[in-house]
Design a protein around this ligand. Structure first.
Ligand SMILES: Nc1ncnc2c1ncn2[C@@H]1O[C@H](COP(=O)(O)OP(=O)(O)OP(=O)(O)O)[C@@H](O)[C@H]1O
Ligand SMILES: [Mg+2]
Length: 227
């Protein structure tokens, strides 16, 4: 079946500084022109979360241009900070676009839960979910909102290896779907995750490197660490 992907994200020499600070983002250029799992690494304070805020439009560049025809959605480190409702169903209902007819609501919510391996959890109280299940529910919430650009800010930092793997697998399946692939930008300090991505880049000194394979970026960071 034909893929429904269209759109792109482009930063053209974007700079940004928080009040009274130096440029956290300095003439930064990069683009995402196809679906996939794109990972970003960089030291604490290097500007990765600031970059996400620029992509989502919460803050605006001091100079340069951002072109974004995608629909971004943030997923944070701690799902408890973004899940608001008592059950999976009510949480997802909150994110469904208002234009969706009532008759289609249930199918949309159920299909989003199935995409994140929570198909049986429609009426499950959120407080009974594990950390990994909560994080996958946050992903389902982005999916029902019709987002096609997930901004994942250290989504596995609070998870054990098994839940970390379950979130990685779900994001991989969303970004490599043969019918409706989406793009995901994944910020991580867990370097072993780089082996699962379609491309990786390093944020440093306000700039971003070119996209490279996850394994190359892993090797580069490891060799810097032993110098
Ligand atoms: N709301 C804010 N007001 C002022 N300065 C901020 C704000 N948010 C971030 N900064 C500063 O911008 C710089 C980059 O922060 P940012 O959170 O983007 O880094 P990061 O790469 O996401 O770091 P980490 O890996 O620790 O999450 C830091 O010096 C930080 O103190
Ligand atoms: Mg951050």
């Amino acid at each position: 079946m034909k893929s429904t992907w269209s759109g792109h994200l482009e930063f053209d020499k974007v700079s940004f500084s928080w009040p009274y600070g130096v440029n956290v983002i300095d003439q930064l250029s990069f683009s995402i022109v196809k679906p996939g799992l794109w990972m970003i690494v960089g030291e604490n304070g290097s500007g990765k979360s600031t970059l996400f805020r620029l992509i989502s439009g919460v803050i605006r560049p001091k100079s340069g241009k951002i072109y974004c025809s995608l629909r971004p959605s943030m997923v944070y480190q701690n799902p408890d900070h973004q899940l608001l409702m008592p059950t999976c169903k009510s949480e997802l209902m909150l994110s469904v676009p208002k234009t969706i007819p009532h008759s289609k609501l249930f199918d949309l919510v159920q299909s989003a839960l199935e995409k994140v391996d929570l198909g049986e959890m429609l009426d499950r109280p959120i407080h009974t979910l594990s950390g990994g299940q909560k994080q996958r529910l946050a992903l389902a919430s982005a999916i029902v909102s019709n987002s096609n650009l997930l901004l994942l800010d250290e989504p596995t930092a609070l998870l054990d290896p098994q839940s970390q793997n379950s979130v990685l697998k779900v994001v991989q399946s969303l970004t490599s779907s043969s019918t409706e692939p989406i793009a995901a930008i994944w910020v991580t300090h867990r370097l072993e995750e780089l082996f699962f991505c379609d491309g990786a880049a390093i944020v440093k000194n306000g700039c971003i490197s070119k996209w490279d394979s996850g394994s190359k970026v892993f090797q580069e960071l490891k060799s810097l660490a032993v110098r």
